[in-house]
Design a protein around this ligand. Structure first.
Ligand SMILES: [Zn+2]
Ligand SMILES: [Zn+2]
Length: 157
């Protein structure tokens, strides 16, 4: 997602522009080193797999706000050797900034470690593997330990 910064180069620090794109509110402010980008209301649907029923679903990620600097020139602490994915450069040739990577990083950061398709997901039957959201398989999963016990008793006898 690219945003023009054409007007920014010759402006004084503090000069601000606002954009509303795809439901997001973007505020770009001229600072000494480049522009400061403040984004609110980032929303994305990401492909995920449910931990319980293993079904693929779209996980809805919401990030209320994010802020990054896009440098006009490589900052003094920029290390060409290191993988500095957290330093963003403005595209001075085309006079624009690309927010795609910034948004991607934010969304990943807010992606939960456990993914469940819905709070009420019943998951799979431990015995036959049936999707319990779709049908009840009739397996009795509560007696597993009981059977084990009686099996042991038989052995002892
Ligand atoms: Zn599920
Ligand atoms: Zn079952």
């Amino acid at each position: 997602m690219k945003v023009s910064i054409q007007d920014f180069q010759n402006k004084e620090t503090g000069y601000t522009q606002e954009h509303d794109i795809d439901g997001m509110h973007i505020e770009i402010m001229r600072i000494e080193e480049g522009v400061n980008v403040f984004v609110q209301n980032i929303e994305a649907k990401v492909d995920a797999q449910c931990d319980k029923c293993l079904k693929k679903y779209k996980h809805h990620v919401r990030v209320s706000e994010a802020e990054r600097i896009f440098y006009f020139k490589k900052p003094p602490h920029y290390d060409m050797e290191a993988d500095q994915a957290d330093i963003f450069m403005a595209d001075m040739k085309h006079q624009e900034i690309d927010l795609t990577e910034m948004l991607r990083q934010e969304i990943l950061l807010h992606f939960p470690t456990s993914q469940v398709c819905s709070k009420s997901c019943k998951g799979l039957c431990l015995k036959c593997g049936a999707d319990l959201n779709e049908r009840t398989c009739g397996c009795d999963t509560s007696d597993t330990s009981q059977k084990l016990l009686s099996g042991l008793r038989d052995l002892i006898r």
